[in-house]
Design a protein around this ligand. Structure first.
Ligand code: FMN
Length: 335
């Protein structure tokens, strides 16, 4: 487990919670690329944990630290019980989802719709903080929903929730439109407002604030870090992990050199994959997260194709990766 200090340092760059994407296999893979970045789980709902007893949803590999779990919910007592389970499991941070716009989630009154009820979020966070003791509880939010005016709503939201003792927030710099847009459209269509998020750091200099949304390059992340405490990257880290994560320890955390090459990362997955296959996990469940590792490099297409076509076949194993890897030149000539 990491200390609060380590978590805050790690939060300088984090990989976003992404349902169906940032699962434990994905996080293990990402951790081989960056030893330092903070990794978030997919959202796990408090009702599933507390009422459904689905505590297996909290399984992770110890190699993933520093790792934060994201909860969904809006019942303070249930969230407190769920937080306790997360802390017992050794997570380094417990985050509340106040950004997800999906219908299913709206019907359970959690996610972005909570932007309309800062006092309830404050109650939830106070209960979670109590249950978490030394482990940090944080919020991931939007800048507003629907017809809300972000310039008013966002600072009021932060102020109310911070009064419950929350000192770290990640802000997805766009609204969620709860009617008429799919979750996917809600990640692209509402316009980004980075200046507003930057102004929050001026307004709340004592809070640890991270910015999220549409950031795809480490250079851009560094520019945000001139103002903000942290940057969270989602889709770019997933689709092009080598550009984002392999360079991150050097570019964002000041380490001397990348720990591994992309080839070495793939090879470092072999023992993990063999152990998972032995437990009945299908190769595709792991390799689907690895398809983008050579994005933009010669051989990338063949790599993807061999894995996409072969990984669901019975008996597929590490040999398939080795075959796919042999089509990607190890040393790319400088262009
Ligand atoms: C497939 C997918 C699933 C997501 N699931 C979650 C989630 O469970 N919880 C959450 O707070 N955000 C979720 N998000 C939103 C991301 O965390 C992030 O806020 C968003 O993608 C914007 O960042 P980006 O432009 O760097 O991708 C998801 C995004 C994607 C692409």
């Amino acid at each position: 487990m990491s200390t609060r200090h380590d978590i805050r340092a790690a939060a300088r760059l984090s990989v976003a919670p992404m349902m169906d994407w940032s699962d434990r296999h994905c996080r293990y893979f990402h951790r081989l690329m960056s030893r330092r970045a903070l990794l978030y789980t997919e959202m796990v709902t408090a009702p599933a944990l507390v009422r459904g007893g689905a505590v297996h949803l909290l399984d992770y590999n110890i190699e993933e630290h520093p790792v934060a779990v994201q909860l969904g919910g809006s019942d303070p007592r249930e969230l407190a019980a769920a937080t306790k389970l997360c802390v017992e499991r050794g997570y380094d941070e417990v985050n509340l989802n106040v950004g997800c716009p999906s219908d299913r989630v709206q019907s359970g009154t959690f996610g972005a719709v909570l932007m309309r009820d800062a006092p309830l979020v404050a109650d939830c966070m106070a209960a979670m903080k109590d249950a978490a003791q030394d482990i940090e509880v944080t919020v991931k939010c939007r800048i507003g929903v629907d017809d809300q005016a972000p310039d008013d709503v966002l600072p009021a939201f932060i102020e109310t929730v911070a009064a419950a003792g929350v000192t770290r927030f990640t802000i997805h710099a766009r609204k969620a439109w709860l009617q008429g847009l799919s979750p996917k459209e809600n990640r692209d269509i509402p316009p980004l407002d980075y200046p507003l998020v930057h102004r929050m750091k001026e307004a709340f200099p004592d809070l640890h604030l991270s910015i999220n949304g549409g950031i795809t390059k480490l250079d851009d992340a560094r520019a945000h870090l001139d103002v903000m405490d942290g940057v969270m990257i989602g889709r770019a880290a997933y689709h092009d992990p080598a550009s984002v994560l392999l360079e991150a320890d050097q570019a964002i955390f000041g380490d001397p050199a990348p720990a591994r090459s992309a080839h070495e990362v793939v090879e470092a997955m072999y023992p993990y994959i063999e152990a998972q296959l032995a437990q009945g996990v299908r190769l595709h469940s792991i390799t689907r997260h690895m398809l983008g590792v050579f994005t933009g490099r010669p051989g990338a297409r063949k790599w993807r194709r061999i894995l996409s076509e072969g990984a669901s076949q019975d008996g597929a194993g590490v040999a398939l990766l080795a075959e796919a890897l042999s089509h990607v030149p190890d040393h790319v000539p400088a262009s």
